[in-house]
Design a protein around this ligand. Structure first.
Ligand code: HEM
Length: 169
């Protein structure tokens, strides 16, 4: 591409055409031209490996928990198995953890590419300033914290009002 550009600038169409042929022939490896070192093409193995296993492990746990719960439910004994009910409630945050782990798998695993073999992440970094990222982050954090507080207040109020047979109060 460098040869193509300089040939074009110099007005040498013949050289530009032959540079374009070389470029087209090698286009599927285009992204590798950004790397100085062959090791730059390797994703973070450890992070991908462990986050994948945590995600799948949790997935297996959810399947097992579901089967045990369903079996006991069908035998009409679920309300007597306090340990199982606790296991169910304590597993709720694990679903979020599994999602985060899955996201890490996808993000770490695709490094160093935003477009496989064509565009590495380093070439895709936006020109936003650190300040504007910090500002947007702060605005989101403040907005969602306010929403969380409002949510907790509304839910607590409803819970205190209690349940009424025949419909909500
Ligand atoms: C049961 C075993 C599971 C297997 C075999 C599995 C497999 C995978 C694979 C292969 C990926 C990478 C996809 C890719 O980017 O190419 C992935 C991503 C992901 N997984 Fe799992 N997963 C499992 C359980 C779970 C569970 C239980 C959750 C959440 C409750 C979860 C949430 C996610 C999320 C959020 C992603 C990222 C998706 C994305 O951003 O593209 N996974 N999973």
């Amino acid at each position: 591409m460098k040869n193509f550009k300089s040939a074009k600038r110099a007005g040498n169409n013949l050289a530009a055409d032959s540079a374009m042929v070389v470029l087209n022939e090698n286009f599927k490896y285009f992204g590798y031209g950004y790397f100085d070192n062959v090791h730059d093409a390797i994703p973070p193995i450890k992070a991908t490996f462990y986050s994948f296993r945590i995600m799948v492990g949790l997935g297996m746990w959810f399947i097992l928990l579901f089967i045990v719960m369903l079996t006991i439910l069908l035998r009409k004994g679920l309300d007597k198995k306090r340990w199982l009910l606790y296991a169910g409630v304590l597993s709720i945050p694990l679903a979020y953890l599994a999602s985060e782990m899955g996201w890490l798998v996808a993000e770490f695993g695709r490094q160093p590419w935003v477009i496989q073999d064509l565009m590495p992440t380093s070439a895709a970094v936006s020109h936003l300033t650190t300040g504007s990222v910090q500002l947007t982050f702060a605005l989101f954090a403040i907005t969602f914290t306010i929403l969380l507080i409002a949510d907790i207040k509304i839910l607590s109020k409803q819970i205190k009002l209690g349940f009424k047979e025949g419909g909500a109060k």
